[in-house]
Design a binder for this molecule. Sequence first.
Ligand code: HEM
Length: 92
Amino acid sequence: MLLEGAKSSGGFNGMPHRKFIVDKCKTIFFAGHETTALVTSWSLMLLALQPDWQARAHAEVLEICEDKPPDADMLRSMKVLTMVIQEILPLS
Ligand code: HEM
């Protein structure tokens, strides 16, 4: 999509296509990396401080995933995990 968009837009403010694409990739990489790293660190620390919630989240993952790797449907159905993440997001 990025490549198609860059091709059809004819560049951005006179920026060459190649630089435009590299710039966008860097933005997506850093936006995705920093945010998920912070949320993951906060989640692990706060769950360590709240062993009861850690146990509830753990039990839910075991119940829904059984021995399979999680997919998008499984993640969507995890209510406890969603509650945990929603509590943590504003802190991180
Ligand atoms: C828990 C994880 C994340 C949080 C909390 C988060 C938060 C945000 C927020 C608040 C904004 C809006 C910033 C603003 O304009 O005021 C934003 C924009 C953006 N995020 Fe995330 N983000 C997360 C994960 C990711 C990931 C995984 C990616 C990419 C793989 C990503 C890519 C972007 C990009 C490219 C924008 C700019 C969108 C635009 O302005 O068109 N983010 N993010």
